[in-house]
Write a protein that binds this ligand. Structure first.
Ligand code: COA
Length: 139
């Protein structure tokens, strides 16, 4: 059975490893991450940044073994706000996932300055080919 909870200091090394496998970096604080755990194994993680009128999803990762079982969708359904939009700079390969769960393509103006700068300066940009996407909850 999978359980969702906030990450704690003792999760740091396993979380960093999961993120690194997906070519993603870890940023403090640890408690900003939500983990999906199967026993002691981190099956997935997500982190939201609150920017007042929107939240940025940075990042969402599901461990390879647990993909295509509905976990990414489940984590987001539990953490995304229902009173403001969620924005993500989606990797090219993850666009079908975000589209399937109700995100639509948007412009870079919707993305936080920090995320935009990170994508602009990223050496992986041509591989990743990020696309800003937005989820607007039903009103
Ligand atoms: C993107 C990611 C988080 C998706 O997580 P997941 O748990 O595998 O996704 P789900 O099982 O919840 O998928 C929900 C629906 O999205 C769609 N979907 C998910 N992955 C897909 C893929 N690779 N290709 C096409 N459609 C996909 C499907 O419609 C799926 O429903 P279905 O399996 O019933 O057909 C996961 O693949 C991942 O961690 N990738 C590496 C890191 C990454 O790219 N993160 C996003 C950064 S912006």
């Amino acid at each position: 059975m999978l359980v969702l909870r906030n990450a704690t200091n003792s999760d740091r090394s396993a979380l960093v490893e999961l993120l690194a496998k997906a070519n993603m970096g870890y940023v403090e604080p640890i408690k900003a991450y939500t983990l999906a755990l199967e026993g002691a194994i981190i099956a997935g993680c997500a982190r939201l940044e609150d920017h007042g009128d929107i939240v940025m999803l940075r990042p969402l990762v599901v461990a390879e073994k647990y993909r295509r079982k509905g976990l990414g969708k489940h984590i987001l359904s539990r953490i995304m706000p229902d009173d403001k939009p969620t924005i993500v700079a989606a990797r090219d390969e993850s666009i079908p996932f975000y589209t399937a769960i109700g995100f639509n393509k948007t412009g870079w103006h919707a993305v936080s300055d920090e995320q935009r700068d990170e994508c602009e300066l990223c050496p992986e940009r041509t591989v990743c080919n990020p696309q800003p996407m937005i989820y607007i909850p039903d009103s």
